[in-house]
Ligand binder design. Structure first.
Ligand code: ZN
Length: 259
């Protein structure tokens, strides 16, 4: 069995700088997620912003089937050239799972083309996530709903594209609602945004959250990797209405260059 190669990218700053967060995630939330989703069909690697090449070397990107992304206070530090490489790889087929405050990451805003803004409140309130897509592979093993005892409120309006499919809608104790689980397709890549995971609460120890993330990895696994371009294609049938004008045809690449 070929394993799914998973890379968990974590900004990994709150855990190093704030003792209260470190007490919840002593090894970083990426390693907690890795432990929680460990399974025979997954080959999991953890990387972070302070690693060489910000954890996004060509070798790492090109040997990843599905990437998880958690960032918050240092989105701006992520190098644009590395974001462009991750973006290109998603279009070629790599799966991407964006967690919680990753909604404002460069890679998520780039792929959605939206601001991804939302409302928030840090009051430790209860969140109830309603599973409105029980047929979807990502919601398998999850009942009609599940609850997170304490979570940061993320509220509508969430500025994301209208071509998303909504899998979870959350209700927060304080009254707000939120599209807390949504999927997109971009190029050949599958993308899942999942809202739970504020660093102040032990959300990534909860079994339902880990179940959803594990399901999402298997759903987002690429069928293939294929470079995107705009190739000239010969006609299948004979063309009778030929007009012999000048031709300037070139093969164009998605980065704007021409072969
Ligand atoms: Zn948060």
């Amino acid at each position: 069995m070929q394993k799914i190669r998973v890379t968990i990218w974590n900004e990994f700053r709150h855990e190093k700088e704030n003792p209260e967060i470190a007490a919840i995630y002593p090894d970083g939330l990426h390693r907690t997620i890795a432990k929680g989703i460990a399974a025979d069909d997954l080959e999991i690697r953890c990387v972070s912003l302070d690693d060489p090449e910000q954890g996004l070397s060509d070798e790492i990107i090109n040997s990843t089937d599905v990437m998880l992304w958690w960032g918050h206070c240092a989105h701006a530090e992520v190098r644009d050239d590395l974001v462009a490489k991750v973006h290109k790889r998603v279009l070629e087929g790599m799966g991407l799972i964006v967690l919680h405050s990753g909604h404002f990451s460069k890679i998520f805003r780039c792929l959605t083309g939206c601001t991804c803004s939302l409302k928030w409140r840090e009051a430790g309130e209860r969140e109830r996530l309603w599973n409105i897509a029980p047929y979807h592979p990502i919601t398998q093993g999850i009942g009609e709903y599940f609850e997170i005892p304490h979570e940061e409120m993320y509220g509508e309006r969430f500025d994301i594209p209208k071509d998303s499919e909504i899998l979870f809608i959350s209700h927060f104790e304080g009254g707000n609602v939120f599209r807390s689980g949504v999927v997109f397709e971009r190029g050949y890549g599958k993308i899942f945004y999942f809202q739970p995971g504020h660093e102040s609460y032990p959300v990534y120890y909860q079994k339902e959250v880990l179940q959803v993330i594990g399901n999402a990895i298997r759903w987002a696994k690429p069928v293939f990797f294929r470079e995107m371009s705009a190739p000239m294609t010969p006609a299948i049938d004979k063309i009778y209405t030929v007009c012999s004008g000048p031709s300037t045809g070139i093969v164009q690449n998605i980065d704007g260059t021409a072969k």
